[in-house]
Ligand binder design. Structure first.
Ligand SMILES: [Zn+2]
Length: 224
């Protein structure tokens, strides 16, 4: 198997290989390491990488596309809510134990829902991020919610934190875990025992949240 991977040099001291859920391989390496050396390490981890790539293929290839008709369900904070298309004049999305949209807005429902979810995600995530940052004694520059396909969250080198709006489809305890997870990365880059130790103090139920994501993560991948 020919391995194609992207090398990113950083100030880290150890080499770290990640297989993203779109099967892209990223190698983060210390600045002094030659490409030959990197390649020999990557080749020695071939078996591990193969298994990771195989695991990624469990995810569905073709996303389910929602039809915005009455009776369709949309996921929000771990529950499915019904959609009702009504003749009444509603601006955007109305949510109260069910979703309601105007028939005249049906054609642009996809965009309206995306805007709604992005806003809800930011409203729910921002106070959590502030709280965990305080507990952990870390600071981030800016927090955003955005459209990402294969990740739940990420940290940029400038300490900006970006969350996939889709995480707001998960139950709140999973959202808690994902927010705390990104913030712990401001202390520890890799998923070392130290990383999980720090995280488990903030989120003692993190194993349960990870298990939820393992079983239901694919539900977050589709829109709404
Ligand atoms: Zn992580």
């Amino acid at each position: 198997m020919l391995l194609e991977y992207e090398v990113k040099y950083s100030t880290r001291r150890t080499l770290n290989i990640t297989v993203e859920r779109d099967r892209k391989i990223t190698v983060r390496a210390p600045e002094h390491l030659s490409l030959e050396k990197i390649d020999s390490i990557v080749q020695s981890k071939k078996q591990w990488i193969k298994e990771k790539i195989h695991h990624a293929q469990k995810y569905p290839e073709t996303p389910v596309v929602k039809k915005f008709v009455s009776g369709e369900t949309l996921m929000y904070l771990g529950k499915n809510y019904q959609l009702l298309v009504v003749d009444e004049d509603i601006e955007g999305i109305d949510f109260n134990q069910r979703f309601r949209i105007s028939r005249k807005n049906q054609v642009r429902a996809n965009g309206l829902f995306k805007t709604w979810y992005l806003e809800q995600a930011l409203q729910k995530i921002e106070p959590l991020a502030k709280q965990y940052a305080k507990y952990l004694g870390v600071e981030y520059a800016e927090l955003k919610t955005s459209e990402m396909k294969y990740r739940w969250g990420s940290c940029t080198p400038a300490n900006n934190i970006i969350f996939n709006w889709r995480i707001i489809k998960a139950p709140m305890y999973v959202v808690n875990y994902l927010v705390a997870h990104e913030l712990v990365h401001l202390i520890e880059d890799n998923h070392t025992p130290r990383f999980w130790n720090i995280l488990s103090i903030q989120v003692p139920y993190y194993q349960k949240a990870k298990a939820w994501l393992k079983t239901n993560g694919h539900l977050l991948e589709v829109d709404f």
